[in-house]
Write a protein that binds this ligand. Structure first.
Ligand code: HAM
Length: 454
């Protein structure tokens, strides 16, 4: 016997059977509906990019440890996109003169990361991205927060089930610079370490801190930055905060942002989190991650933030942007945890599909002609190709949940008629070929009236 290959997909990657894809598509369509209400338009990028554009400002870990690299013939190395933002920046930089600002775009790519597969993390994952570019004001960040809240509420989730944990890179810069007096060039390293704080346990984190910094004052300072849930909570941990901190752009901007989320009444959905600093290098302003507030799903569902300088790797023009990426997989785990996936999307609905059953194979051409007419009227239509044993064909239609079966036999063929079977009442009626569509509509009207009365 010849060797049989494994039926499994590559580790960390998934096959989507139609049933799985129905759920994924339902999630994506719901997101699409929300973002299009805000005027966002869809775009698409290639899945392969030059590695340099991610190496420049994404993260060392992402490029060096978590990437799928494709080697081209000439030795040029390409990367299977681990995230989308550098590609978005490239596309915007390329046409920045002609694009009307602000640019509101969304995309539904598959991204690839060589991570340890686990609950909430796969090696290939669908990551809808929503970004607004060319709008400097905090209202852009506020709009993005609103979009996130609307997406979750559209799925029926409540503030008790999810929170947007936010912070600001500029604010944390000011804390490091003016309160902890950490040298500017070390601050990115502080963020890198802090980003690990919720991924490592307490002992691992302390060891990682000591290995990275060796300096006891910095280590004690960073430990204080870890898990405050309000700006006041965080600042209470420090004595003698200098006035220049309270006058810094980072502090003032974050305070203003908090006032705005209060004013538009989404405060309940948002929690300040000093440990949220984001792992990607290009963030400069307000940053955020969405988490399940329960204990079942510990990985972030959404992640995003403001990037002021990302386009500078492609052009001299400065265009700021803010937005998020979200995992369809992580969101689906969240929705399942709270029973927010409706039952009726789990099975394919054949109730509007017309089924053609034939008494023998002599009717095959007639069946194709009939099916074409029905599809031309926008009804899905399936032909049973067994062409014998009518009882079995009707049984099959019944199993699928079909409501209307068209039966054709020698008599129907000779007289150009069709017998229509209402699968609910089990009534049958023979009509002329040209009257079939009208009869289908009248049976559907009957079903709808019955549904309405119930
Ligand atoms: P990120 O935090 O790396 O941000 O990813 C955003 C979301 O993508 C995560 O919260 C998670 O739901 C999902 N995700 C990430 N890695 C995986 C994985 N291995 N398996 C399943 N889901 C995953 C970014 O990628 C930024 N580029 C987002 C952004 C857009 N920032 C501004 N605009």
């Amino acid at each position: 016997m010849s060797k049989k290959f494994s039926k499994e997909p590559i580790r960390g990657m998934d096959d989507y059977y139609p049933q799985d894809l129905r759920e994924v598509n339902w999630i994506i369509e719901t997101i699409r509906d929300v973002v299009e209400r805000y005027g966002y338009e869809e775009y698409l990028t290639p899945q392969l990019e030059p590695i340099e554009i991610f190496a420049a400002k994404s993260s060392d870990e992402l490029v060096n440890e978590q990437s799928f690299i494709v080697e081209k013939k000439e030795g040029e190395r390409l990367i299977l996109i681990p995230e989308l933002t550098p590609s978005l920046a490239r596309m915007v930089a390329k046409k920045s003169q002609e694009l009307k600002k602000p640019i509101r775009w969304y995309c539904v790519p598959t991204c690839f990361r060589y991570e340890r597969p686990q609950r909430g993390r796969r090696r290939a994952f669908i990551q809808p991205n929503v970004d607004i570019l060319g709008e400097e004001s905090l209202y852009a960040d506020l709009e993005i927060f609103n979009v996130i809240v609307d997406i979750f509420t559209e799925f029926g989730a409540t503030t008790e089930q999810f929170q947007i944990y936010y912070n600001s890179r500029r604010f944390m810069d000011s804390v490091c610079k003016f309160i902890l007096e950490i040298k500017e060039e070390i601050i990115p390293l502080v963020f890198k370490v802090l980003d690990k704080s919720d991924k490592l346990d307490e002992n691992e984190f302390e060891k990682y801190l000591i290995d990275t910094f060796q300096d006891e004052i910095i280590i004690q300072g960073i430990l204080k930055l870890k898990d405050s849930r309000s700006i006041n909570d965080l600042l209470k941990k420090f004595d003698n905060i200098p006035q220049k901190f309270y006058k810094s752009e980072g502090y003032l901007e974050l305070k203003k942002f908090e006032q705005l989320i209060e004013e538009i009444d989404i405060r309940n959905y948002c929690t300040f989190s000093s440990g949220t600093v984001r792992g990607l290098d290009y963030y400069t302003g307000i940053i955020y991650e969405v988490f399940d507030t329960g204990t079942e799903n510990i990985r972030s569902i959404f992640g995003g933030g403001r990037y002021d300088d990302l386009l500078s790797i492609f052009s001299e023009e400065k265009i700021t942007g803010t937005g998020f990426g979200m995992g369809v997989y992580t969101l689906s785990l969240f929705l399942k945890t709270y029973n927010l996936i409706p039952e009726d999307i789990k099975e394919k609905d054949y109730s509007d599909t017309i089924y053609i059953a034939s008494i023998n194979e002599d009717m095959s051409t007639y069946a194709f002609e009939l099916a074409r007419m029905i599809r031309d009227d926008d009804f899905p239509c399936m032909i049973d190709y067994r062409f014998k044993n009518l009882k079995n064909q009707i049984k099959k239609a019944n199993e699928l949940g079909i409501l209307i079966v068209l039966i054709i036999g020698p008599e129907e063929l000779a007289e150009r008629t069709v017998t229509i079977r209402n699968m609910v009442s089990e009534e049958q009626k023979t009509v002329n070929f040209d009257a079939v569509i009208e009869e289908i509509y009248s049976i559907i009207d009957e079903f709808n009236e019955d549904k309405f009365e119930q």
